[in-house]
Design a protein around this ligand. Structure first.
Ligand code: IFM
Length: 385
């Protein structure tokens, strides 16, 4: 007989996306400049989600989702330093209303990698004034949209940002400098804390969290490898969180990677070439238990154009998430990355993470088979294993 695993009552089920990756038409940010300079792929119209969000949320609802994660584009809200665009606030108000109208709970990220060009021109998060700039923007958004959202996230994946932008030269601002890396890391810590204070001053009852990009770091028998895994657990997973832990109400986990030092095994891989290691979700959730904050999986997903692995990968991750819950992790939701195929940053549109396939020629949306399997889990709030 099949084993039925039921998730906590009121569990949030859905998918995540981010403004620049899906909306289209954002030209006044550092990524758009990077594409004009030929350093990253052009994003252009992306999925035209800016105009098609109702159709997209209809599909999410039909897939049994009761939650969705979006982000607000800073460059739209504050296109020039200190000048805020109320028409864009109205736009996001409509977006949030349309999420609520479909019975879904919005989780909103205030900053998901892209910087307004005016801010990038002043050094972005290298600038010592950057925490204040960021907090002022966050305060403005929450003042104007606070009635429509209770779950705010300040920053998405701070270490991915610092690593790709300041070590690997892979993302704007395409630099390699440990000094700047540290500076940006520290300013992101301050930016989060300052934004947290300002948002909580406006509305003490809303939830303000962070979304952290954690790996499952593990090792074979070798003690040096074990030390390497322990060090990386601190360096990558916990160092940022330890600095902001007094100023978060919840922690969102993005889980994509495991790294086993001294490993000789081979694994099935996604189209990104990333190992499929669903058990890592259990370990990364367990590691976050020490912060005593409610957790949610803010992203976990797979690039899989043929939709060959996705259903099993989701099911396996949910199995491990359930084990983590059984063993005491307070997990309140799972947001698959991503609702739609989208712009995968330096990889462009070729990598397809979506529950919904996008034909970029005509913007046609097609629900993938795996999305229907996930729908059954979302609707029944349970997993049959
Ligand atoms: O597409 C990204 C997203 O913007 C942040 N988390 C990881 C995803 C897949 O790489």
């Amino acid at each position: 007989m099949k084993d039925k695993r039921t998730f906590p009552e009121g569990f949030y089920w859905g998918a995540a996306s981010a403004s620049y990756q899906v909306e289209g038409g954002i030209e006044n940010c550092d990524w758009a400049k990077g594409s004009r300079d030929g350093k990253v792929p052009v994003c252009g119209k992306a999925c035209d989600h800016y105009n098609r969000y109702e159709e997209d949320f209809d599909m999410a609802k039909s897939l049994g989702h009761n939650a969705t994660r979006i982000s607000i584009e800073w460059a739209r809200i504050e296109p020039e330093e200190g000048k805020f665009d109320m028409a864009e606030i109205e736009h996001y108000k409509k977006v949030l209303e349309s999420i609520h109208d479909r019975g879904m709970m919005p989780f909103v990220t205030l900053w998901h990698f892209t910087l307004p060009q005016w801010f990038a021109d002043q050094g972005g998060f290298e600038n010592k004034k950057s925490p204040e700039f960021f907090a002022r923007y966050c305060e403005f958004v929450v003042k104007n949209l606070g009635d429509y959202c209770r779950h705010w996230v300040t920053i998405n994946e701070p270490l991915v940002y610092t690593n790709n932008g300041y070590i690997r030269k892979f993302w704007p601002p395409f630099k390699r400098s440990l000094r700047l890396y540290n500076k940006v890391f520290n300013n992101l810590v301050r930016a989060h804390i300052r934004a947290y204070e300002k948002i909580k001053n406006l509305d003490i009852a809303c939830e303000v969290g962070i979304v952290k990009d954690n790996f499952y770091w593990h090792a074979n028998w070798n003690p040096f490898n074990k030390i390497a895994a322990l060090f990386m657990g601190w360096w990558w997973n916990r160092r940022f969180l330890n600095k902001i832990k007094q100023s978060v109400d919840s922690i969102g986990l993005n889980y994509y990677f495991h790294k086993k030092f001294g490993d000789t095994a081979t694994y099935e891989k996604s189209d990104m070439g990333w190992d499929l290691y669903p058990e890592g979700l259990y370990h990364t959730l367990r590691e976050l238990k020490q912060y005593n904050k409610p957790l949610f999986v803010a992203e976990a997903g797979i690039a899989d154009e043929k939709d060959f692995y996705r259903e099993d990968y989701i099911r396996d991750m949910l199995y491990w998430m359930h084990v983590a819950i059984e063993r005491g992790a307070v997990v309140r939701g799972f947001l698959y990355w991503s609702l739609l195929d989208n712009y995968e940053w330096a990889h462009g549109f070729g990598k397809r993470f979506g529950l919904i396939e996008i034909d970029y020629e005509n913007q046609k949306r097609t629900i993938r088979k795996s999305a229907l399997a996930y729908r059954d889990i979302c609707k029944s709030n349970s997993l049959h294993t």
